[in-house]
Design a protein around this ligand. Structure first.
Ligand SMILES: *[C@@H]1O[C@H](CO)[C@@H](O)[C@H](O)[C@H]1NC(C)=O
Ligand SMILES: *[C@@H]1O[C@H](CO)[C@@H](O)[C@H](O)[C@H]1NC(C)=O
Ligand SMILES: *[C@@H]1O[C@H](CO)[C@@H](O)[C@H](O)[C@H]1NC(C)=O
Ligand SMILES: *[C@@H]1O[C@H](CO)[C@@H](O)[C@H](O)[C@H]1NC(C)=O
Ligand SMILES: *[C@@H]1O[C@H](CO)[C@@H](O)[C@H](O)[C@H]1NC(C)=O
Ligand SMILES: *[C@@H]1O[C@H](CO)[C@@H](O)[C@H](O)[C@H]1NC(C)=O
Ligand SMILES: *[C@@H]1O[C@H](CO)[C@@H](O)[C@H](O)[C@H]1NC(C)=O
Ligand SMILES: *[C@@H]1O[C@H](CO)[C@@H](O)[C@H](O)[C@H]1NC(C)=O
Ligand SMILES: *[C@@H]1O[C@H](CO)[C@@H](O)[C@H](O)[C@H]1NC(C)=O
Ligand SMILES: *[C@@H]1O[C@H](CO)[C@@H](O)[C@H](O)[C@H]1NC(C)=O
Ligand SMILES: *[C@@H]1O[C@H](CO)[C@@H](O)[C@H](O)[C@H]1NC(C)=O
Ligand SMILES: *[C@@H]1O[C@H](CO)[C@@H](O)[C@H](O)[C@H]1NC(C)=O
Length: 735
């Protein structure tokens, strides 16, 4: 037995007086409540919220004594093997312009941003702003610029590249052109340039009357500074005779030898003005990739993917979120339009006000899982779309549900069918003959918004279960909506979402204790599919989704991690109920976003990828997961202000005690374990302020720190340690 050097106890007792609120239906903000163009304003220095507080914390800093029983094997439960995972949908330019490795913006002229809002005299939400002012969502030239005097860029519909990509960029070179002429792409608010291979490609065509003699063109591809013009890398595609009828794809590699000083860089395709004067070119699907995660073609941006991977997630819930549903049934995330050559992927209006290229498609999601060695939690469309005009939308009627069931069956066949099946052979043709193994399928998203889920869930569940009995199906609603009754069969799961105040997470630490019994959901598991602390505690206790600056949490702060971590402890100690959990949203492009806070923020510059305090909490808990929970008896004190859970990793012979102190004062903790330990050490996340958070300027303000405790044997068989104020700790006891 060991004794830890005791710290002096600073007793600054805090706040109490908590009322237990009725649990409300968790509501997620909808796209039309957001104003992304306005949100473009950089929030880099906007975390000036008043000191956050958790009024649900009991202000009692007296000793807590815990007994961890390792002797009674029957009292243990197996931990949930997939407890900590990832949720990803394309929001905040987290996919296009984010983790999807494409470095060019608007590469195939697919569609514009829109802004939703309200107008007097009209009910509900309307599109009140659009980049393409004539037809919202239609093509724009955003992100592109001409190089050279008089060079004219327009969008062209007469030379479609494919049935899916119907708009091209027309480039007219004037008759008096001299010097360098061409086009450039500004990337997703810049391009990161560093010594590595860049793979560039584009489709091009020339106009016959403008070059009837078919003189050759030499293209120069380059990465250059948008501020100084410095060229970091360039390569040529020489003496090209461009086709007049069928597009040809050209590709080349670029290798910069230097790291650019910033990411204000562009990708340019240029040529000699005099030699090409008078010509007209059409370009489409202009693409540039740097190195990707595990070198996957059409893969993931490496630094962001590595941040996810290092968190040690066990699953990925994808492709949404609202973004699965579409702002109309016709524009839902239709998996069939997300597979195969990029030239066949039309793109779609995303649910979060910007166009999706669908370059990050079904296969890319599955390969993402394969490359991270994690399980896909595949969300399938369930016959309900949100609508531009409000918080609801159209549902497929009962007699049309078979269409949606069949579509999901085809999707599963594409994922899992062998190569003798229609969809399985298509998967093989697209480069992955080996079937993927789908263990979890989520039916829809947040279907508590609709009253039609009972029949849609039943149709989908029965239809899919009959063919794929081994999959675990996840319902996105149970009986939250008083208008209906949904019964989830034992063995299946329920996805619940919580965007809440910190106090909510403390008050609901016990939410999953006896949840199955209390709600008549015997044997039903829980996916805590989206959760995060989004504002500090307010008097009303009601989350305000207009994100008022005085109470909103823009960046996950220590208070967020403490609150979310406490809730995660409540999940971890109920492994028979809570099987999976994931923070949401997971990613935020600092230049264009719909929603804060987010787990990881980034921009084009890899140096600006910031792992938040909430990320580190997820990281810490995911790294120390035992194989079985251990019974813990509190012989003195109770939950709050300390919260804890204990587990044992049987093969490693290690015990992990996770402890969170929510109080602004250290709390003495004594632990006795019914076995001897050879050593104790730990990792802790803490800071002096609950508002402490990580930013681009200070990305490591709050990170986990490891420490070793004085492992002095003590006579009474008890470890004691003062748990520092506002801290999240995992203690490791080596047996
Ligand atoms: C080409 O002609 C236009 C119109 O006369 C003129 O404005 C422009 O400067 C000329 N460009 C070059 C490169 O001489
Ligand atoms: C590059 O310069 C152009 C023209 O000045 C500007 O419109 C664009 O926003 C710049 N791109 C970046 C990434 O700064
Ligand atoms: C094409 O070549 C012919 C014969 O050499 C020449 O007369 C004509 O001017 C050329 N046309 C163009 C557009 O350069
Ligand atoms: C990079 O270095 C190689 C070999 O040193 C050289 O051939 C190449 O021109 C350099 N590239 C650039 C863009 O300077
Ligand atoms: C042009 O494309 C069409 C349709 O894909 C194809 O049938 C034809 O062979 C192509 N022609 C050339 C010259 O590649
Ligand atoms: C990123 O940081 C490195 C090391 O501090 C620096 O050399 C490099 O210029 C930075 N790159 C950018 C694009 O800011
Ligand atoms: C571009 O440069 C400006 C001025 O130095 C800087 O404020 C901005 O952050 C840079 N943008 C990118 C994308 O690096
Ligand atoms: C379900 O799993 C069982 C046991 O592993 C296996 O025998 C059976 O073939 C599976 N059924 C399907 C339809 O995959
Ligand atoms: C659970 O089922 C029992 C028996 O059908 C019923 O009396 C009880 O009200 C139900 N409880 C809940 C929370 O639905
Ligand atoms: C939290 O508690 C403090 C101290 O009792 C009190 O001043 C404050 O108003 C409370 N805040 C909320 C939002 O309840
Ligand atoms: C194991 O699960 C049961 C039933 O959910 C619960 O009563 C018990 O407290 C759990 N034991 C541990 C050590 O978590
Ligand atoms: C304890 O120390 C070991 C050996 O350095 C390390 O691998 C482990 O991650 C540490 N555990 C914690 C909880 O920090």
């Amino acid at each position: 037995m060991l004794t830890f050097t005791a710290l002096a106890l600073a007793s600054t007792a805090l706040l109490c007086g908590t009322t237990t609120e009725a649990k409300s239906i968790p509501r997620r903000n909808l796209p039309w409540n957001s104003n992304p163009l306005k949100a473009k304003t950089a929030l880099l220095s906007r975390n000036t919220i008043p000191e956050s507080f958790i009024n649900a914390t009991r202000g009692d800093p007296s000793t807590v004594a815990l007994h961890i029983d390792t002797s009674d094997l029957s009292a243990r439960n197996d931990t949930a093997p997939y407890l900590y995972g990832l949720m990803h949908e394309d929001i905040n330019h987290s996919g296009d312009g984010g983790i999807y490795g494409e470095l060019l913006t608007n590469r195939a002229f697919q569609g514009s941003n829109v802004v939703y809002g309200t107008l007097p005299e009209f009910s509900g939400s309307l599109i009140v702003g659009s980049e393409n002012p004539i037809v919202p969502w239609d093509p724009v030239i955003t992100g592109w610029g001409a190089i050279g005097d008089g060079v004219r860029l327009t969008l062209d519909k007469l030379h479609p590249l494919s049935d899916a990509l119907t708009t091209a960029l027309q480039v007219d070179i004037p008759l008096n052109a001299t010097g360098e002429v061409g086009i450039q792409n500004f990337g997703w608010w810049g391009i990161d340039v560093r010594p590595q291979q860049y793979n560039a490609s584009f489709y091009a065509l020339q106009n016959y009357p403008r070059n009837p003699n078919d003189t050759a063109t030499t293209f120069t591809l380059s990465l250059r500074s948008n501020l100084t013009g410095e060229v970091f890398a360039s390569t040529q595609i020489p003496d090209t005779h461009l086709p007049y009828i069928n597009y040809t794809q050209y590709s080349a590699h670029l290798y910069p030898n230097v790291t650019a000083p910033d990411s204000n860089n562009t990708f340019a395709i240029t040529m000699d003005g005099a030699a090409n004067a008078g010509k007209t070119f059409y370009f489409d699907l202009v693409s540039l990739f740097g190195e990707t995660f595990k070198n996957r073609p059409n893969g993931l941006r490496k630094d962001i993917a590595e941040a996810f991977y290092e968190m040690k997630p066990t699953f990925l819930r994808c492709p949404g979120g609202n973004n699965l549903e579409g702002v109309s049934p016709q524009t839902r995330w239709d998996w069939k339009k997300t597979i195969g050559p990029l030239i066949n992927r039309p793109g779609r209006p995303g649910d979060w006000s910007y166009e999706n290229t669908l370059g990050l498609g079904l296969m890319e999601y599955l390969e993402w899982c394969e490359d991270m060695e994690i399980e896909p939690v595949l969300a399938v469309y369930s016959g309900f779309s949100l609508d531009v005009y409000g918080q609801s939308g159209p549902s497929y009627p009962p007699d049309q549900m078979q269409e949606i069931v069949d579509d999901a069956l085809n999707e599963l066949e594409f994922c899992m069918g062998d190569t003798s099946t229609y969809w399985g052979s298509l998967r093989a043709q697209y480069g992955h003959p080996e079937p993927f193994n789908i263990k979890f399928v989520e039916i829809g998203n947040e279907d508590w918004f609709s009253t039609t889920y009972p029949y849609r869930w039943a149709a989908m569940y029965n239809g899919l279960k009959a063919v794929y009995p081994n999959i675990t199906y996840i319902s996105t609603a149970y009986n939250e909506n008083t208008l209906y009754n949904i019964s989830i069969p034992a063995g299946e799961m329920w996805d619940t979402h919580h965007y809440e105040e910190p106090s909510y997470f403390l008050e609901n630490f016990d939410f999953y204790d006896n949840w199955q019994e209390a709600t008549n959901n015997t044997g039903v598991g829980v996916l805590l599919g989206e959760y995060s602390a989004i504002q500090i505690d307010t008097y009303s206790g009601v989350v305000n989704y207009s994100f008022p600056a005085d109470v909103h949490i823009f960046y996950p702060s220590l208070v967020s991690a403490i609150a979310e971590g406490t809730y995660a402890l409540g999940a971890e100690r109920n492994p028979n109920t809570v099987k999976m959990s994931s923070y949401a949203p997971s990613l935020q492009n600092q230049n264009w976003f719909n929603w804060t806070p987010d787990m990881i923020t980034f921009d084009a510059n890899w140096n600006h990828t910031v792992r938040s305090v909430s990320y580190w909490q997820q990281w810490l808990f995911a790294h120390y997961r035992g194989t079985q929970t251990l019974p813990v008896t509190n012989t003195q004190g109770d939950f709050n202000p300390l919260f804890w859970v204990a587990s044992i990793d049987v093969p490693k012979n290690q015990i992990y005690l996770k402890v969170i102190n929510t109080l602004n004062a250290s709390v003495p903790l004594s632990v006795d374990i019914t076995t001897t330990c050879s050593g104790v050490n730990g990792t802790m996340i803490t800071a002096d302020s609950l508002d402490a958070h990580n930013t681009i300027e200070n990305p490591n303000a709050v990170t986990p720190k490891s420490f070793t405790l004085d492992a002095n044997q003590s006579g009474n068989g008890t470890f004691s340690w003062d748990v520092p104020k506002w801290s999240i700790t995992v203690l490791q006891f080596d047996l």
